[in-house]
Write a protein that binds this ligand. Sequence first.
Ligand SMILES: CC(C)(COP(=O)(O)OP(=O)(O)OC[C@H]1O[C@@H](n2cnc3c(N)ncnc32)[C@H](O)[C@@H]1OP(=O)(O)O)[C@@H](O)C(=O)NCCC(=O)NCCS
Length: 246
Amino acid sequence: MVKPTVPISFDSFNFSVEEIEGYLGGIPDDPAFQKPLSPKTYTMKDGEQLVIRSAEKSEAPAILKSLKPLIDGKYDKDFYHLVGVRTYAEVLAWQQNRLKDAYVIVATKKDGELVGLVDHRFWDRNVAVSLHTLVLKRAERVGVLLYVSKMEHAFDVVGVNEWWATFESPFGFRLGFRFNHVTKAWPEMQHELGGARIFYINRQQWEQYVKPFAKERNWLGSRPVDKGTLAKAKPLKPTSSIEIEF
Ligand SMILES: CC(C)(COP(=O)(O)OP(=O)(O)OC[C@H]1O[C@@H](n2cnc3c(N)ncnc32)[C@H](O)[C@@H]1OP(=O)(O)O)[C@@H](O)C(=O)NCCC(=O)NCCS
């Protein structure tokens, strides 16, 4: 305790939790970073069509319910346990305004059941930070489609100049390798997910190589999505079965 050098009229002040919240959350999220990604569809091997769209904070409980089983040592394979825990924490923090300027994209079955998700956030108007990519149904390239969708949101919809990723698993690394990500100097620059290398691409690489490469392979998905299909894919439903073993 430090006594002020001059008399102060009152011994204490009361602060409301609403005033404190302004400090905890920083300034409100920038609407420029919430510009919507237009929904798209992607057809899996058996002909089933998935909808890829942005998620609302009100849908966080369905995502959390889907990820919760992964918070268990029995999923310590291919880094599902770790990425499941971290993605769970990010989605909860997003819902409770403890993750700044984040954007969540989901892939769902036609009835809205969650198949995979990605999240990223905006450092500022120049840099988008990739957080996680996680699929609950494998060997369908749903992870590829979702990862491309978040780069598309950052570069084409919001208009950043750089995309900063890092990878916690070999399958994650493969996404970055596939899309020509190179590293920033380390340890001078470290990714916010835990201090490892930043793997990045800039706008020129996105426009001249990564996006055309994805387009050639039909990894951008199909647009538009008709209103009926989109309406049926909402609200988001929790995943009924985790299909991640090859
Ligand atoms: C990373 C991730 C999102 C990638 O999702 P995805 O692109 O849909 O890919 P899958 O995990 O289904 O892996 C498919 C790959 O497995 C390999 N594979 C599949 N079947 C195989 C087989 N029978 N034999 C050998 N390899 C096989 C192939 O390399 C295949 O890639 P391809 O689609 O180009 O052929 C997903 O693996 C995931 O959610 N992992 C856990 C979380 C994680 O690690 N996230 C990244 C954090 S940085």
